[in-house]
Design a protein. Sequence first.
Length: 495
Amino acid sequence: MAKPKKQPRPKAVTPKGFRDYFGEEVTQRTEMLRTIAGVYHRYGFDALESSAVETVEALGKFLPDVDRPNEGVFAWQEVDENDKGDWMALRYDLTAPLARVYAQHRNDLPTPYRRYAMGPVWRNEKPGPGRYRQFYQCDADTVGTASMAADAEICAMLSDTLETVGIPRGDYLVRVNNRKVLNGVLEAMGLGEDAAARDNVLRTIDKFDKVGEAGVRALLTKGRLDASGAFIDGVGLSDDQAEPVIAFLTSKAVDTAGTLANLRAAVGDSKIGADGISELEQIGTLLDAGGYGADRIEIDPSVVRGLGYYTGPVYEAELTFEIFDEKGRKRQFGSVSGGGRYDDLVKRFTGQEVPATGISIGVDRLLAALREKGRIAAQATGPVVVTVMDRDRMADYQAMVAELRNAGIRAEVYLGNPKNFGNQLKYADKRNSPIAVIEGGDEKANGIVQIKDLILGAKIAESATLEEWKERPSQFEVPRGDLVAKVREILDNQD
């Protein structure tokens, strides 16, 4: 009789495009999101936690750069008795679920409705370096008002958020543009209702930050050679038709008034273009009144990403300090947040236009920026470790750790095999623990404990001589009753 075939063991590998987050990273993210939530709450926004799963119909076709609603998302079909259930999908952002929530509960929600949401989203896209299929977003939106005060407030809140989490003024800039101004430019170009031509122009404009003014001009007209030497066909516009786009993209002046004047020239007689410029002017006036100058928020027509998605003002928060890339070259850190006005999203459900505006912060990118600025420690501090010298006295050690915890100090008892004391200290090192507490039989009999400053001990071990080590002890003997006070004193000195 043949032996039954052994079932192979599953491979312990992370699925492609996903990653695991361990204690330190999770703690850092949680702390940052808690800080951001504090700013949002101060501005009067309420938290919303919606389902991670939506129907594909509810998600709609708002995923960028795809033609089918279930392309680019993780989707599956529910099976009913007729084998024809709804298509479901993991949410790809936090905005599409907001539209469904507002449409569903609009009679019970205040108008305007101000909400913030934080959580993971999923994209079924090809992964790459630093590009994962699951990542965190942090959004804030106002639904139900067309007032430019809502847009100005979003920009001000984004500025305050960056400064509160640790990005100093001068190291970031919130830049504002308007889709209506671009629509006015398209009208001035004489494209009319030629949807294909307009889409080609939009795609070309989106390349401005990569190819610059000359590259956009070439792509709008006859085409250009790319870096590899391949020729890229142009849109085929005349030089005169392309000129309003170039004027739009390069209209930023030394002050807001100059920028707006340049934009008026770019849109010509277009009414929608004039409306967009008026909205930018209103936003600028409101921000000035709130004390948000051009060193924090500025009108900048070169902000073009997302213009195909939004219906009015668009915003982007860019970090302006320099970092070194993987090849050792200096470059600006770049964008960590984007958003804008999207007045058509809720209309899909209600048939009526519901104005809305909001932002989304890239959580992982902002965390990376805070590490670059030294605002987050490279390694988080672990708990105080109470070592076990006698396994029969575990109750004594649990009493110690309870005292520390009740005093607000993070602490744990070593729960491994206590036979080898050296392994306990190795464990404390691996946990990046600041202090180890030691109480053997002699210490117990004399009513004392040994408290070892592991951070100072490591520093001394790196470079100190024997004499210096004696002058700067890293281990202290204190009465048992002084345990909490001495631990707190050492922790305060380590900060």
